[in-house]
Design a binder for this molecule. Structure first.
Ligand code: ATP
Length: 230
């Protein structure tokens, strides 16, 4: 269980999140939806230890891990796939996978990544920066996948990608969830996110305004209000 408890957090003394609480129970998919600038990325940064809250706690399986460094949380299975993907464009596809799998079996990691997205198998020696946007996002997801994370924090995976590519990425996320990972998903494609989600949070100006199951949402009005895209 990943839990944010009454978090206030922001930048340079300005609070972006105010009194935000969120639960991501084991083996669930949690969608976090909201308008631009609502604080979604900031919430993911708190959850992965990149940003320390000024008030409130981050708990992992009931243990207070507030203030832990990102690498310490990563070792405990929290994996952040940031907006912009966080890959190393000048390294080869293979080396991008290996950087993430450091310490593990290199061949196994590459094999696992390629089994998720076979197209990457044909590009292993190319620089990551030479891949298409969709392939770069596949690589970013694979880098997360090879470490077998318990929690995967995903920021706008579909950003700027063609629908057919987004379908493939979401199919993979479904498999990841089916294998037992807990996903916290920030997404602008509302209907895709809701299809996958067990729980949904709506955030507006740093406040959680709805938390519940997707079926409880008055989706037409709320979704139109919050995001618009489908
Ligand atoms: P978007 O969908 O536009 O990415 P978001 O919901 O992810 O939005 P955040 O990126 O968390 O929102 O940003 C919330 C607010 O915090 C915005 O007003 C933004 O300008 C501000 N902000 C974000 N990052 C920083 C930073 N590094 N320094 C100062 N302010 C920031």
């Amino acid at each position: 269980m990943l839990e944010l408890r009454q978090i206030t957090a922001g930048y340079g003394g300005t609070a972006v999140l105010r009194d935000v609480s969120l639960w991501a129970p084991p083996n669930s998919v949690v969608a976090l939806l909201g308008t631009n600038g609502a604080g979604k990325t900031t919430l993911l940064r708190v959850a992965s230890g990149l940003l320390e809250p000024t008030v409130g706690q981050l708990l992992l399986d009931g243990e207070d891990v507030t203030g832990s460094q990102p690498h310490a949380l990563a070792r405990r299975g929290v994996c952040h796939v940031p907006e912009g993907r966080g890959i190393f464009p000048n390294l080869s596809v293979r080396d991008n996978i290996l950087v993430q799998a450091a310490g593990g079996n290199a061949d196994e990691a590459v094999e696992k990544a390629v089994s998720a997205f076979p197209i990457l198998g044909k590009k292993l020696t190319q620089s990551a920066g030479s891949l298409s946007g969709g392939q770069q996002q596949m690589l970013a997801l694979c880098r997360a996948y090879v470490t077998d994370p318990a929690y995967v924090l995903l920021d706008e995976v579909s950003m700027g990608l063609a629908p057919v590519v987004v379908d493939e990425l979401f199919e993979f996320l479904g498999k990841l969830a089916a294998q037992g990972a807990t996903l916290l998903l920030v997404e602008q494609y509302v209907s895709r996110a809701l299809d996958l989600a067990d729980y949904v949070y709506l955030i507006n100006r740093g406040h959680i305004e709805f938390a519940g199951e997707p079926t409880e949402l008055d989706s037409d009005s709320l979704i139109a209000q919050y995001v618009g895209a489908s």
